[in-house]
Design a binder for this molecule. Structure first.
Ligand code: CTP
Ligand code: MG
Length: 227
């Protein structure tokens, strides 16, 4: 039995604004995608990786990962959910012995190995779905269409959710089979079918590189600590 990680990397990186897919953006000479894939495999508990690439750049992404023999590349889709679904569809072919599946954003390229290990361990110990989370440090308010505050939400009950998210393969397949429309994360699809989603501690270094500010943080702090 093995663990397979699906890496959605088919986004266009519009908010980063560098005119290329975010996954291919280098940080200190190494692309976010290569860092993310190497990080998953280096955790020691993931045997296969399936990367969903921009459909018109499958060859470029495959070349980027040429030195990683356990990584496979498939064309992604229009939305993240489509990309994950396409990667999930390839698991039977790429990793027929997989029973645990992770879904991990290429954009969270600096996720520490300990987070990957904690998520896999929690699934192997019986949780059908697991997400890494952080406490929310900002005060959070609900606002109406006019921009007026409706309520202050009790932030003690809130968590910001990261990846990798971990699942038994059966549960993720069931969730995607039932999915209609787009979800902002994969565990949300498990919630919709009534599944329990367990949490483990996330890590600040697992931030999603979304904007130029995030990239500057990665260049100045993370890639220095994590070469
Ligand atoms: N993603 C994907 N397929 C899509 C859209 C997004 O595989 N059709 C991936 C991205 O490559 C990224 C992750 O999902 O690794 C999270 O998405 P996001 O941070 O929104 O990345 P982008 O869509 O590339 O960025 P933007 O929304 O700014 O264009
Ligand atoms: Mg996006």
């Amino acid at each position: 039995m093995s663990v397979v990680a699906l890496v959605p990397a088919a986004g266009r990186g519009v908010r980063l604004g560098l005119g290329r897919p975010k996954a291919l953006v280098p940080v200190n000479g190494q692309s976010l995608l290569l860092r993310a894939v190497r990080g998953l495999l280096a955790a020691g508990c993931v045997q296969h990786v399936v990367v969903a690439a921009p459909p018109d750049q499958v060859d470029v992404v495959a070349a980027e990962l040429a030195e990683v023999p356990d990584a496979h590349v498939v064309p992604g889709g229009a939305e993240r959910t489509d990309s994950v679904r396409l990667a999930l569809d390839s698991v039977e072919r790429v990793a027929p012995d997989a029973r645990v599946v992770l879904v991990h954003d290429a954009a969270r390229a600096f996720t520490p190995a300990s987070v990957v290990q904690d998520v896999v361990r929690a699934v192997e110990q019986g949780a059908p779905a697991v997400v890494p989370v952080l406490p929310v440090s900002d005060t959070v308010k609900k606002v109406d269409e006019a921009g007026n505050v409706v309520a202050t939400v009790d932030r003690a009950e809130l968590r910001a959710v990261q990846t990798p998210q971990g699942f038994t393969l059966d549960v993720l397949r069931e969730a995607y089979a039932a999915a209609d429309g787009v979800a902002t994360d994969d565990a949300g699809l498990v919630e919709r079918i009534g599944g329990t989603v367990h949490t483990v501690a996330g890590h600040p270094h697992a931030l999603k590189i979304t904007t130029a500010f995030d990239l500057a943080i990665a260049e100045s702090v993370l890639a220095v600590d994590i070469p």
